[in-house]
Design a protein around this ligand. Sequence first.
Ligand code: HEM
Length: 409
Amino acid sequence: MSNSTKQDKISIEKFDPRHLPDDFYVDPYPYYRQLREDAPVHLCPDGSYFLSKHAELRKIYRDPKTFSSDKKALFKPLFGDTLLYEHHTTSLVFNDPPLHTHVRRAIGDALSQKTIVAMEAGLKELVDELLNKLEEKQQFDFVEDYASIIPIEVISNLLRVPQEDRDQLRRWAVAILGALEFDLPKDKLDLGNQCVKEFLDYLKDFVADRKNNLSDDDDDILSRLIRWDFDGFQLSEKQLFHQCIFLLNAGHDTTTNLIANGMQTLLAHPDQLEKLKQEPDLIKSAVEEFLRFESPVQLGNRMTTTDVEIAGVEIPANTNLNLGIGAANRDPDIYSDPETLDITRNPRDHHAFAGGIHLCAGLNVARLEAQIAIPAILKRFPDLRSLETPVYDRRARFRAILTMPVSVN
Ligand code: HEM
């Protein structure tokens, strides 16, 4: 997406995340800008608030007691008594301590810097093989044929999912995470539930096999979750399965979007693309800028546990807060010229990975994937160009490109 150019004032008085206009999905940033300016703590028609300033999000992420991640009250009316409800209310991300603390500690070192360094050579090899295939094609879809393949392989390697089982993961992830969108039609809810069922069926054998063959040397995420026993707390089978589903989903849809959004952003900003080609060492800073400028996760949620005041607005307990990550990451109080892509900016304090106790556990995995995938394709195909305008998914939570046809010459 190019820098937002719409200058017309949008009336956001009636801004409603449940009923968004079509152009929001293509370019949400003019709406975010108006929200920051006119109503940084905006009361939505359903009684929730939409927050769009960087400072407010930071305070909320740092205070998990006042701002809960538990989504049971929020999801019950949306999902009813279904598998989607069971999944989204059991995974660590939508829980407070103590379940959250146990899972987070159990994952612990499995995503540490040591693991990341060990991944690097294999990742470069995978990317090289993919590029060899694309060289034969000349024209391809950047999302389908490149960006989506790398994260599936990486997260599957981390959980040791057999090669032949990996194809189905993307369909499950998109349907299950997609069910978090506002006002979902019944067919999408049904698909989400069906995908949780298929995923659970798959995991029954997969986890049982791992349990039966567990060795003392195994230190991957799943082995650590299976073994977790602290002060008598062990994960039930249901809790274990839902952490696996979350990890497999969280680990790839978002990273696919980071790689695709990053590439699309560069193609739309030829000066920045040229700069990166000239100075490849800028890639780390560039990836942080992609995360800020086109945050793959655009929205988060927290529930107030007591009456609070946020930026002068009194908010009662049990109120749902929509945290505008994509909006906060373009806050002019924090970033100069925030609607401009600047790959030298290195904005490490963005909220793309949230913050506080729920700070993304896989952030360095995601960073590494993008830091390898983007330069590698630019090096192999220096004349890579768009063939058509990319199509964005109608998802407010995730900034996701559906199709992005490109040519290597
Ligand atoms: C660019 C890619 C990614 C983005 C933008 C992203 C973003 C996020 C965000 C915003 C959260 C916090 C949600 C909240 O509390 O409201 C989160 C949590 C999480 N992410 Fe990521 N993520 C990415 C990649 C990954 C990868 C590759 C993995 C695994 C290898 C991963 C694993 C997790 C886990 C386990 C949590 C839950 C943390 C907790 O609740 O303590 N993520 N991520």
